[in-house]
Design a protein around this ligand. Sequence first.
Ligand code: TA6
Length: 303
Amino acid sequence: MESVEQIAELHRRHGIPGIAQVIAGHGGLPKVSVAVPDATGEMYLLGGHVTSWRPAGLEEVLFVSAATRWQEGRAIRGGIPICFPWFGNKADDPKAPAHGFVRAVPWKLESISQAGGSVAVSMFTESDANTNKWWSADFRLALRATFGRELRLELEMANTGNAGLQFEEALHTYFRVADVEKVRICGLDSVRYLDKTDAFREKAQHGDLAIGKETDSVYLNTRHAVELQDPGLRRRIQVSKENSLSTVVWNPWVEKAKAMSDFGDEEWKQMVCVETANVGQFAATLAPGSKHVLKAAIQVTSL
Ligand code: TA6
């Protein structure tokens, strides 16, 4: 983990006075903290992990568990974990870390820049001997998060090797809600999905999605934007996307919440994940020397 001196050096090189600073966050982990008139936000170097986005005049949009461990080697529970290069358990290795290996390691800070009224923070991670233990590919993965009236995310995967690649990816976004049982998720009507709570059976979504039990659904071949309606916080959260054919909706509900040591037993009521992804049969493929950019844009309006 970066020392105090290393964090100070990152701030000296990348900080923007009054706009963006590099400081020690929870657990002493380095983070970029941004504040512009339109929004505030935070992004940790651990996992290239966005943990906060708060448009001016509105409440925090992202959920982060109060039980998060804040330590290298473990993903932050909440915010926007980056799942790569596989989603869920690794098909051919049950001992491999769930959701891949990039969310629990420190990324490098590439740049902080102002773009109109927004601030863009770019971080990246690259293949090395450690990643090659799990996946032989050569790659560079970068996340550019632009904090403003909307939150724009661009996950750029570069194939730096000389072989074609196939990989899964997800922006595993945890949204903060007042009461998940009163939330409705719109935009997936008639889309087919795999129900991971029912042996991955393929089903069709009928109308808006309500959360009344453990929910773990992988929507298939969908480019649709999704709208999360939260009457308790009197807001709508729109998630639009590009270069993504999978949308995942997850709430652990009571028993799974109790089983997670870095998640409060009652916290399932205040969150729902709506994930922008390419997983399963919609995994991405990439020729040598090529790039693929998964994009999501998140906006909040009043309900
Ligand atoms: O995206 C939903 C999911 O795959 C669930 O099956 C559950 O495992 C969740 O991700 C959280 O996974 P994690 O490894 O972060 O505990």
